[in-house]
Design a protein around this ligand. Structure first.
Ligand code: MIG
Length: 816
């Protein structure tokens, strides 16, 4: 504490941008009295500060403070998806020095003098997290702050989209959505703000979500060696504490609180091609034609801002796109969908002739300044006004306007510039006096900038869902706040076409996933500058396994479809796109897991191996689900690299060779090679490659079975119609299988989605000695790789394949 204080003098120069600056902050007074409520207690301090502890679940406690003199604020947050929680039992114990609130999992100890909050594990009484000084507020500025003791070996993860390494220890960050083209490692803040993080020490994790949308600051022991500090420029000190100890459990709760990702349509997992900008319409026909001619998979083409009439949202440029419905119909015949960009700026056109402006103005949907004047910014259409998406009727109006796009067959919406960016001032300084309706609270700009994109994408997502109730909405957004996963896929904005930016993808995607946002990706091979063939090849080796796989580039980039980089790079891109499409059953199954549990598809090794200290800051490898580990080459000129494999058995994905884990190995990685490993114990479903996701059903369905050191493996396949929301009503099918000591058990499928007839092929790795196979006790005939008849055959010295028609029933196969 003294160290913190002494550092402060040196920090004064940095101004209040640092979380560590406690100048002017008034600490909450000592604890004076306590009152019970339904789900927790109100702690009143000597100075009048009231700290509310609310038990939402045994592992989730909310701490909300109203400081002395602080005006009451409505208890509403755009981030929160769930406010009603089933009662979870708790007790309160009052002692001389402290009061303790106990749930089944947590002890929240509040020391009276001074007021310090401490979270302990109820089972072991181990301190998980503790205040270093009382929570505080500056009565002049409204700034609020919390300081936590920093563990000697405590590591930090999350905070969403940050251009930084995976482990946030010894780093500081600001939350203020910002349009930062060409950002590099260390640029902060960038587009998104997700003030949620996870602390991990000695294998035990906790989560902390500061639900305050004002500009805020986090310092994880950078400016001081012994504290982890948080401060927000204004608003309510309101945080949620999650008990682990597992990261996956915390992610489950965090996404229960802020919402889970709905399943996107299957085609969203397909390869997507964009540029700034494709026009006229015939250009898109040609790109699609070239894709098919080059035998490169493609599901989506994007229209950037030039499709609009003078950049007016919800219009079409009639000369470039005379018949958009005919265009989308032609592309649909090739299995290609169209996604259009949509900016928040509505052209300011008081002279008339633009109904979107006229209507929005007449209904008072546009943001105004404190003095009542319209806020007019500078964006693509020139002067532009912005919708106040905190108004429910404005959101609905915006959503209904989407018919201008969905009517002619547009399949998804790309929301850009929603920090919101204003060319006249990208920092928000000149927007400070804008007032948001905010459910009648008329809240200031500072509270609303970081949630602007959340509400814009919400309006867009809900509009799509309303206009096309039989289809899953697809929205991709640049900016966002906690909870953004409920509405949109996130891409990481205007990245550079450099190897540094490629390497930065891994911690960025991993951190977004650790912050509740599972559907992420970045522009391939980078938005700014022209990447070369080598970068393109290496980028696709990563992107093939990333949820969003989208090629996009700036207006002045050379054309950058994969064939433009020469035959070698094109061949490599084809190889990895085909890998992606073969793995669609696996990727989709893993995406459904993210939807259902909050545990993302793209994972740092840490998420699967949180007890392994070697994974604490490992961010040049990643895993897909818990079955595949990729160690891509991330540097120019390298043709090999070191790969860390956690303990257990692994299999080289390409050769099937078993590799012992718990070690770092050196592997070759020529330009066309991605070091890729399957984890022993897993089952990976796949099918044949195809040119787009809707080309044909998944037949055959292959299950690669990789036994662990004990000879066990288990996994499943998730399927549904891939396009409608019926999966929410259980119209899906799960096929589960497990393998143990020579016996493969196929469970009867669960769920009532009925796929077309198809074959299963089970590939059993590590099966060198098998000489016979029985099906439910009867001998299974031998067959061959090329025959389509049921039976079994040896595919390689180590791999036995069983072919079996999917008859929707449980079966047992014995391998001897
Ligand atoms: O100021 O619409 O990040 O993907 O191509 C640039 C043009 C505006 C920024 C987006 C980029 C998009 C571009 N937009």
């Amino acid at each position: 504490m003294r160290l913190c204080a002494s550092l402060l003098c040196g920090l004064a120069l940095l101004g209040p941008a640092s979380a560590l600056d406690w100048t002017g902050l008034r600490p909450a007074g000592d604890l004076a009295s306590l009152a019970r409520r339904d789900q927790g207690v109100d702690l009143t301090c000597a100075d009048g500060t009231v700290v509310q502890l609310t038990v939402l679940a045994p592992d989730l406690v909310r701490v909300r403070a109203r400081f002395a003199g602080q005006p009451a604020a409505p208890d509403h947050s755009w981030a929160i998806a769930r406010t009603a929680w089933p009662a979870a039992p708790w007790q309160i114990h009052e002692a001389a020095a402290a009061v303790t609130l106990t749930t089944a999992e947590l002890e929240v100890v509040v020391r009276r003098h001074p007021l310090l909050v401490e979270f302990r594990d109820a089972a072991t009484h181990r301190v998980i997290n503790a205040d270093q000084r009382p929570m505080a507020r500056d009565p002049q500025t409204g700034r609020v702050a919390v300081a936590k003791r920093l563990g000697f070996d405590e590591h930090f993860y999350g905070l969403g989209e940050k251009a930084a390494h995976l482990d946030r220890r010894r780093a500081e960050f600001t939350m203020w959505n910002s349009d930062t083209p060409g950002y590099t490692e260390g640029t902060d803040p960038i587009y998104q703000s997700i003030p949620f993080y996870v602390g991990l020490e000695g294998g035990n994790a906790y989560g902390l979500f500061h639900d305050n949308s004002h500009r805020s600051h986090f310092d994880f022991g950078r400016l001081s060696q012994d504290c982890a500090d948080y401060a927000a420029d204004a608003g309510v000190l309101d945080y949620y504490f999650f008990h682990g100890p597992s990261l996956k459990k915390i992610l489950g709760r965090y996404t229960e609180l802020t919402g889970r990702m709905p399943l996107p349509p299957l085609w969203a997992l397909g390869h997507q091609q964009s540029r700034y900008s494709y026009y006229p319409d015939t250009m898109l026909d040609e790109v699609a034609r070239q894709y098919r001619a080059h035998d490169l998979p493609l599901d989506v083409l994007y229209l950037d801002i030039h499709y609009m009439d003078g950049y007016r949202v919800f219009t079409w440029d009639q000369s470039r796109f005379p018949d958009p419905a005919a265009l989308t119909a032609r592309l649909a015949q090739q299995g290609v969908r169209v996604v259009t960009i949509l900016d928040p700026g509505v052209k300011h056109q008081p002279e008339g002739g633009y109904p979107v402006f006229d209507e929005g103005l007449a209904r008072d949907y546009f943001l105004r300044r404190q003095d009542g004047s319209l806020y007019i910014g500078e964006v693509w259409p020139g002067q532009a006004v912005f919708v106040d998406y905190t108004k429910e009727d404005a959101r609905r109006w915006w959503g209904d306007k989407l018919t201008a796009l969905t009517g002619p067959g547009v399949a998804g919406i790309w929301t850009d510039m929603n920090e919101p960016s204003d060319f006249a001032d990208k920092t928000g300084e000149r927007q400070k006096d804008i007032v948001f309706d905010d459910l009648g609270a008329r809240s200031p700009y500072g509270a609303n900038r970081n949630t602007f994109a959340l509400n814009m994408t919400r309006a867009t997502y809900e509009g799509l869902a309303r206009l096309q109730p039989d289809r899953r909405p697809f929205v991709i957004t640049r900016a966002g706040y906690a909870g953004i996963q409920r509405y949109a896929t996130v891409w990481t904005g205007d990245n550079n076409a450099t190897f540094d930016a490629l390497a930065l993808n891994l911690p960025m995607f991993a951190s977004l996933g650790l912050s509740g946002e599972a559907f992420v990706g970045s522009d391939l091979p980078g938005f700014i500058g022209r990447g070369d063939a080598e970068l393109l090849a290496r980028s696709y080796q990563v992107a093939a396994l990333v949820p969003l796989c989208r090629n996009h580039g700036a207006i002045d980039q050379y054309d950058h479809e994969p064939w433009r980089y020469g035959p070698q790079a094109e061949g490599i891109v084809r190889k990895f796109l085909k890998l992606r499409y073969r793995l669609l059953p696996f990727l989709y199954t893993t995406l459904e897991e993210a939807h259902r549990t909050g545990v993302p598809l793209f994972r740092p090794l840490l998420l699967n191996f949180q007890d392994d200290p070697a994974t604490l800051n490992l961010d040049d490898e990643f895993m897909v689900g818990d079955a595949l580990l990729a160690a891509p080459v991330l540097r120019a000129g390298e043709r090999g690299r070191e790969v860390y494999l956690p303990a257990g058995r692994w299999y080289d994905y390409w050769t099937g060779t078993a590799v012992a884990g718990g070690t770092t190995l050196r592997t070759d990685a020529p330009l066309d090679h991605l070091p890729l490993y399957a984890r022993g114990g897993s089952v990976i479903p796949s099918t044949d490659a195809m040119s787009h996701t809707g080309e044909k059903p998944w037949n055959p369905l292959r299950f690669a079975i990789y036994p662990d050191t004990a000879g066990h493996a288990a996994g499943s396949l998730y399927e549904d119609d891939g396009q409608s929301p019926d999966y929410q009503k259980g119209v899906s099918r799960r096929t589960a299988l497990s393998f143990a000591t020579g016996k493969l058990s196929l469970a009867a499928p669960a769920g009532n989605f009925a796929p077309a007839a198809r074959r299963f092929e089970f590939s059993l790795h590590a099966s060198p000695n098998v000489t016979s196979v029985t099906l439910d006790g009867r001998a299974l005939p031998e067959t061959t790789a090329t025959a389509l008849t049921p039976g079994w055959f040896r595919a390689s010295p180590d791999v036995v394949v069983i072919r079996h028609a999917d008859d929707g029933r449980a079966h047992t196969f014995d391998l001897r």
